[in-house]
Design a protein around this ligand. Structure first.
Ligand code: NDP
Length: 275
């Protein structure tokens, strides 16, 4: 039989690691699949996705800038996709309709709590950024038991909108970027900004880093170097980039499509050697 067809849609997309990750997972189970990258400009995205599934596509991943559109075009949405307002994974239901999922938040939490075995319960967390990725991970961090979540965004209105959407004023607070030096220290600091990717960098006070702090940049590789170096210099217990999250969100998508849970550690290690 023909190998089943998967794709990742983005713009740009050429450097996506998703094909390598999904092929490596598939090999663990002897599954033959095709997984290609599809560059689609925003105005062409919906038609490209519909065409892919109409031609027999079995599942798709979606990355920047299409995650919001992916959730909007689906016929059904998981709770995570609804909360995030965006989707990184599409599955085809038996009747041909499309379901949207967002595995980014679960991917981040699994990387921390399963792969690294760090318990997040009781942590006071600071999240820098309130964009699409921040929205996807905020609920998952709360579900994982962080005690408080403080959201700080360059544009404060976006942080307030996210906190309002979560609706847990006793646990979720927003603060101003200009006040970062006065906030004290945190157990978990998540960099969900794209400052590293965009090359601008962040100027962060070391006073944010608590004695046992875990600092996590959702970006990975070169884009995370500055944040990880800052965290280490400030004495963080752990300072990680988002490569593990990338592999774990892919594992979640793989399980949705294939019903099997891949072993992420060897795939992470193989990518780590190249990123
Ligand atoms: P968005 O464009 O939706 O949001 C960008 C965020 O970064 C906004 O909060 C924006 O603030 C902030 N920001 C951008 N530049 C600066 C700056 N110079 N100083 C301060 N804040 C800044 O992007 P995403 O949320 O989709 O992505 C964020 C990051 O997460 C990216 O690095 C992305 O690669 C990474 N990511 C990693 C994943 C993984 O699997 N490892 C999965 C998904 C995302 P403002 O609102 O003020 O513009």
């Amino acid at each position: 039989s023909q190998p089943s067809q998967f794709a990742v849609f983005g713009h740009p997309i050429a450097h996506s690691l998703s094909p390598r990750i999904h092929q490596a997972f598939a090999r663990q189970f002897g599954i033959a699949l095709e997984y290609r990258t599809t560059d689609a400009a925003p105005e062409a995205f919906a038609a490209a996705v519909r065409g892919f599934f109409a031609a027999g596509g079995a599942g798709a991943n979606v990355t920047l800038p299409h995650k919001g559109a992916a959730s909007a075009l689906a016929d059904e949405r998981s709770e995570a996709a609804m909360r995030a307002g965006s989707a990184n994974t599409l599955t085809r239901l038996p009747d041909g309709r499309l379901a949207a999922h967002n595995t980014d938040g679960t991917g981040l939490v699994r990387d921390i709590t399963e792969r690294h075995r760090v318990d997040l319960r009781g942590h006071d967390a600071l999240m820098l950024g309130a964009g699409g990725a921040a929205r996807a991970v905020a609920w998952s961090l709360l579900d994982a038991g962080v005690q408080t979540l403080t959201i700080v965004n360059r544009t404060p209105e976006t942080a307030d909108a996210l906190a309002d959407a979560i609706g847990e004023p006793a646990r979720v607070h927003t603060r101003y970027w200009n006040d970062l030096a006065d906030l004290g220290s945190y157990d978990l600091i998540v960099n969900a900004t794209s400052a590293g990717v965009l090359g601008g960098g962040l100027k962060l006070p070391m006073s944010l880093v608590g004695a046992r702090a875990l600092c996590y940049d959702l970006a990975y590789g070169a884009a995370a170097i500055d944040f990880v170096a800052w965290a280490k210099a400030a004495g963080a217990r752990y300072a990680w980039d988002g490569l593990g999250m990338l592999v774990e969100q892919a594992a979640e998508a793989f399980e949705l499509w294939h019903g099997r849970r891949p072993d992420t550690e060897p795939v992470y290690q193989a990518l780590r050697a190249t990123v």
